[in-house]
Ligand binder design. Structure first.
Ligand SMILES: Nc1ncnc2c1ncn2[C@@H]1O[C@H](COP(=O)(O)OP(=O)(O)OP(=O)(O)O)[C@@H](O)[C@H]1O
Ligand SMILES: [Mg+2]
Length: 298
């Protein structure tokens, strides 16, 4: 059974995209089929997964959501590695909330897309994958974010140990509750994931304690907190996940442990080390770059 998971938080810059990329790559390294969907007009996810694509792609998520135009275009699904696909975003997505307003199935466009039958395989798009991650734009209750929630089974809430994240929490819970009750969508919070975690800061420890109270925050806290590392920012500049760029960094290990937790068992083969998964990610990356430069030269 596939799981569709949105990365959502009111607050900007709280590692939604970083989590989408690195959790996606970790699950792929553990043998899962993964689709990453970029719904944010900033296109940060697309830029990390394949910078050239959204400049050239004939079809992106925008054409598909935009009223009627997508159906005549190829499906906007591209492959980074075998088993790791992505749906590129578009800067035109900055218009999508206004455009969705005029559609009568306005909250369901993205769900409809993921429920489409792929003409090649005869399988629903979402069922072609074990995990579909939807990277949401910051800014709370927009029609696009509602589309993401309606299409999702779960939400992961990346949370920084700071006061702004805490202040945004009641709004987020209220939003998800409204989608639940008014649109009758069973989406629930899979968990809060503490990011940029630094155990030496008292605010980090206090925020962790707050989120550990499941009754108060209405959902569990992931048992792994993602530590802070400059490797995150560096890897993006090289269009890489942490596993390709710095597989031995503590943050790569954190995301791998979150992935293992999601799978529900210790999924990492015993012989695997950060060096080994770096080798696998790197050789896939080298093949990808080679293929891409071949297709650019053609
Ligand atoms: N664990 C971490 N340690 C250090 N820096 C991090 C960490 N996680 C993310 N960052 C950095 O924080 C910045 C914001 O991260 P990211 O773009 O993932 O946030 P976002 O929630 O997707 O932002 P937006 O709301 O704009 O879409 C980036 O520069 C990223 O490299
Ligand atoms: Mg982002």
């Amino acid at each position: 059974m596939s799981q569709v998971i949105s990365l959502l938080h009111d607050k900007g810059g709280c590692a939604k995209t970083t989590t989408c990329v690195n959790l996606g790559f970790a699950l792929w390294l553990l043998g899962k089929k993964v689709l990453l969907v970029d719904t944010d007009p900033q296109c940060n996810l697309t830029d990390t997964v394949d910078k050239t694509v959204h400049l050239e792609a004939e079809s992106t998520i925008y054409e598909w959501l935009h009223d009627g135009q997508g159906e005549s275009l190829p499906l906007p699904i591209y492959t980074r590695y075998d088993g790791l696909d992505y749906v590129p975003g578009s800067h035109s997505m900055s218009n999508i909330n206004a455009e969705l307003q005029l559609m009568y199935n306005r909250e369901h466009r993205l769900a409809d897309f993921l429920n489409l039958i792929d003409p090649e395989t005869g399988v629903r798009i979402r069922d072609m994958y074990d995990y579909v991650f939807i990277d949401c734009a910051p800014g709370g209750e927009t029609l696009m974010n509602t589309n993401a929630l309606v299409a999702s089974d779960f939400v992961i809430v990346p949370t920084e140990a700071g006061i702004y994240s805490l202040q945004g929490l009641p709004r987020l819970l209220d939003y998800i509750n409204k989608v639940h009750t008014q649109l009758r969508c069973p989406v629930t919070i899979m968990g809060y994931l503490l990011v940029r975690w630094n155990k030496n800061r008292s605010i980090s420890r206090e925020v962790k304690e707050y989120y550990s109270n499941e009754e108060e925050v209405k959902a569990p806290l992931f048992p792994v907190s993602v530590r802070e590392s400059v490797r995150c920012t560096e890897s993006v500049a090289y269009e890489m996940s942490l596993f390709e760029y710095a597989s031995n960094s503590p943050v790569a290990d954190d995301y791998m442990r979150v992935a293992e937790y999601m799978i529900g068992r210790k999924a990492r083969p015993k012989t695997w080390t950060p060096v080994r998964w770096g080798q696998i990610a790197n050789s896939a990356y080298n093949r990808f770059i080679k293929e891409r430069s071949k297709s650019v030269n053609e």
